[in-house]
Structures are given as structure tokens and as C-alpha cells.
Design a protein around this ligand. Sequence first.
Ligand SMILES: [Zn+2]
Ligand SMILES: [Zn+2]
Ligand SMILES: [Zn+2]
Length: 301
Amino acid sequence: MEITVLGTASIGGVPEWDCTCPNCAAARQDPRLRRTRSSITATLDGDMHVLFDAGHDLKTQLESNGIVPRVETAGETFRESRIDSVFLTHGHADHTVGVAEFCTGKSFELPLHGPPDLIDFLFGSEETPNYFGELGRLARNYVIPIKLIQEKTVTRLGELEITGIEIPHTQVLENGRKYPSSTYAYEIRHWDRRLVYAPDLGRLDPWFIDRLEGADVLLMDATFWWDNELERISGIPITSYKLGHVPQEEAVEILKDRGIGRVIFTHFNHTNPSILENGDQRKIVDKAGMETAFDGMKIKV
Ligand SMILES: [Zn+2]
Ligand SMILES: [Zn+2]
Ligand SMILES: [Zn+2]
């Protein structure tokens, strides 16, 4: 299979619209350093794609990666979908607001999978209307929401096997409910080849590390380098762990020599110093034999 990395940033993208920090300033100067919100597609033949997460930048991401309808095959309606199905990891905006894009797909019924509580959160019901319920009303005729039970495997494109793995990331309320939803990593398998996509990951627990052993690729959360990064750089006294992200500095150490083929980092906040090419933190990542994803990256698995 081939993975196209559509976007590699956390919720604000790089640059953030109102920021002049060194990373944002550099990205304004050099378009190669720009990062849109994290999302990937998987394909077997380049024709139809399975989409993982749909953020603010979805439409431009599809356009810039050539995942667009073709005049030759669109036919009389002028419409063609190159998206076979959608899998959402969790309810944060940078992973879900792009679902609104599908409200124009008048001739497609896209299966849209996610944790059961996420489907309830996004699509609501007529008894409990809310903002995302309204989004659901717009999209309802064009996507088919499917509650995917964790550890259940769905086959798409005939041969791709996709499994949702519940991982820590979102807030756990006093009553045990996850807010705004629980979070999945997705394991994407094609025969004996296996990639795990975990753009938001709160901890690298031993059971999850065991689960990763033997994976060909892990594409994972690198929102922050340091646990106290927001305090250090933006003066906001909240830690990376508190926000549900394992700090990249620790992930690099923990994942060394774990039998994972390639460790590739994504979902960068603008403050993460490892996005600076040739910086000290990037050197640590490179030296560990790990990789830094960029928008438009192709990964053969
Ligand atoms: Zn996120
Ligand atoms: Zn910035
Ligand atoms: Zn998140």
C-alpha cells in the first residue's frame, strides 16, 4: 500500500495565523516548511483512497495531492469521488471539521467510521441538537456514520484491513466519559505489511508498545518536544501530558530498539523545535534513525 501524508500539524498548523515565533516566521518565508493539519490517505492502486481524519485543510490537501475527480471518468453528473471511506480518530476539531466538506457530494455515500461515542458526538440526534448535530444534518445524506467497535477490523478496497485501537488522549470526565470522544489509533494492514497511525497519543503504555512490535511503520504524535514546552515558549502553564500528548523527547527514547520498522513523527505544534531543519532536536531524531514527516510525503508500506 501507499500512504500519502496530507498534513503534519496539530490544530493551529504552521504557521499559526497570528504567530511570529521562529518556526512560524520561517514557514512564512519558505513554503516547504508549511504544515497543514494532520491527515493521511491509504491506497493500493492510486485510484481510490481511504482517508484518515478530516481537518480544516482537507480540500486543499486533496487538491495538492491530486486526489481529485477526473473529467474523463466523472460522467454526466460531473462528479467523482476518489475517497472510498473515512476513518476518524477522535472528536477534536483538527480531525473532524473537514467532514463538512462532504456535504456537496450529492451522489456519494461515504462510509465514515469512528469510535461509537465520536459518531454520537458528531452526528447527534434530533432530540439533542448541537452544533455538530447541524453538521451531521448537512452531511447525513452523503456520509454513512458507522460506529466502529475497538479491535474490530473492517476491510476496505478489497484488501486493506483497518482496526481501531483505543488509546489515551482525550480528557476523561469524572463520570468516566471521554470528552469530546474516546480516541483511536488505526492499524492499517495489507497482507503481512502493517502501519499504525496515532496522530494524538497521550502515553506510550507498555501494552501499546507491545502492540507496535513488528509494525513496518509507526506514524505518531509529535505535538510537543518537551513536556513543559508551552510554558517555555508561550508562557502557558500546562504540560504536554496534561494535554494528552506524549512529549517527542521521551517518545524517541522509549521507542528505540523496539522492533518497529520506521518511526515517523507527525502532528507538530508550531512550538516543537524539532521541525527546525538542522536544529539540535532534529539531530536527535535523525540520530535515533527516526523520521520527520512533511506534507505530501509518500510512504510505501
Ligand atoms: Zn490533534
Ligand atoms: Zn508560531
Ligand atoms: Zn486531539
